[in-house]
Design a protein around this ligand. Sequence first.
Ligand SMILES: [Zn+2]
Length: 170
Amino acid sequence: MHIQTHILSGWCAADCFQLTPRERFFAMIAASVADLDGLGIIVSLECYVEYHHVLAHNALFGVLLATVLALFSRHRIKTFWLYLALFHLHLILDYYGSGLGWGIHYLWPFSDHDFLNPTAWELNSWQNIVTTSALLIWTIVIAVKKHRTPLELMLPSLDQRFVASFRSKH
Ligand SMILES: [Zn+2]
């Protein structure tokens, strides 16, 4: 599934909990950073095919990721489980929405078995478009009601301009 969908999934899920701005930012990272293993595309297509959905789409990476992010969070126990759940949400979204032939190597490096969905949706399927659109609408609702966007921590002035823009239309 597209990276922006993963990022928004973390943002929207984090809104269901009492979190600090940094924890909400970490939730977006937890929901999306697995796709770093797709950076092999910079090197070559073979590298991309070999390592995407392998290096960072496995349980070990998920536990390490959630642990490191939780260590830098205020609510460590609560956020550890949230980050771990969001990492798995990423895998579930990929399992259904990454197109055919992109199995998840969940047990790597202990096993090379890939969990392959024979009926996965194509990347540009209507299901993925609906998912992204729903998350986008949810993000706008958060902006209107809670006065924040996914940019709150990194680009606060742009965040507030977006919030003002959304609120002026409602
Ligand atoms: Zn992925």
